[in-house]
Design a protein around this ligand. Structure first.
Ligand code: VGL
Ligand code: ZN
Length: 225
């Protein structure tokens, strides 16, 4: 029996792409042709794009924290679970990126959005980081969680292919939650790039694989009978 498949395109937004994205992932633009081929592939039943969609006062922006611990990429801040203040963790701080309604938050213009069935926004809660499109790190209920999981279930999806940016953050977090939610989960190797392409990639890949996420190349999907 055919297992219905979905493509999840994670955060393929201007701010994550060179040349002028505020949090540009190196070679981030190189994946766009790969993603467009997958979007056009009739063997994938459903296509979803996510958008990192932060308010200007989001906790993940280094600029919203006092010195000296406010260096983008380097500093960390403590995040307190808004639903359970005894739970907390350290999160990496970033340049201001993907602020709701700004040009940097737009999907890259080369993306063939005409074939995208649904766009899901995530990261709206200023109090928590939200790498996964399903859940925040405390597993609290979130807007995008119900939107994404519900949409996949309503459409009888059993398998997901995850692409987009960045492999070691939002792609990884989304793929891990997809597998946890019972979807057969594949990360498309040539459809993603990492913030840290060396160690970051290797570590994220090992973690994902240990949870049951598989890696595949786009040709293998496009050529499958
Ligand atoms: C992401 C850092 C901060 C991502 C989002 O999409 O991977 N990374 N916000
Ligand atoms: Zn973000």
């Amino acid at each position: 029996m055919h297992t219905k498949a979905a493509l999840i395109i994670v955060d393929l937004q201007k701010d994550f792409c060179p040349p002028d994205g505020s949090l540009a992932v190196s070679c981030g633009r190189d994946i766009i042709p790969v993603v467009n081929r997958l979007i056009a592939c009739p063997k994938i039943d459903l296509k979803i794009a996510t958008k990192d969609w932060h308010p200007a006062d989001h906790i993940s922006f280094a600029a919203n924290h006092p010195p000296p611990n406010n260096k983008p990429f380097e500093s960390y801040a403590e995040v307190i679970n808004p639903y359970n203040p005894s739970e907390r963790y350290e999160t990496r701080l970033w340049p201001v990126h993907c602020v709701q309604g700004t040009p940097g938050a737009e999907l890259v213009p080369e993306l063939d959005v005409s074939k995208v069935d649904k766009i899901i926004e995530k990261g709206q809660d200023k109090r928590v980081e939200m790498y996964s499109a399903f859940k925040d790190p405390f597993e609290n209920p979130c807007v995008s969680e119900s939107a994404l999981r519900g949409y996949l279930k309503d459409n009888d999806i059993g398998k997901v292919y995850v692409v987009g940016l960045a492999m070691d953050f939002c792609v990884s977090a989304t793929a891990k939650h997809a597998v946890k939610n019972g979807f057969q989960t594949y990360v498309v190797e040539d459809g993603t790039k990492a913030v840290d392409p060396g160690e970051g990639w290797a570590k994220a890949r090992a973690e994902m694989e240990s949870l049951g996420v598989k890696f595949i190349r786009s040709e293998e999907i496009l050529c499958q009978k």
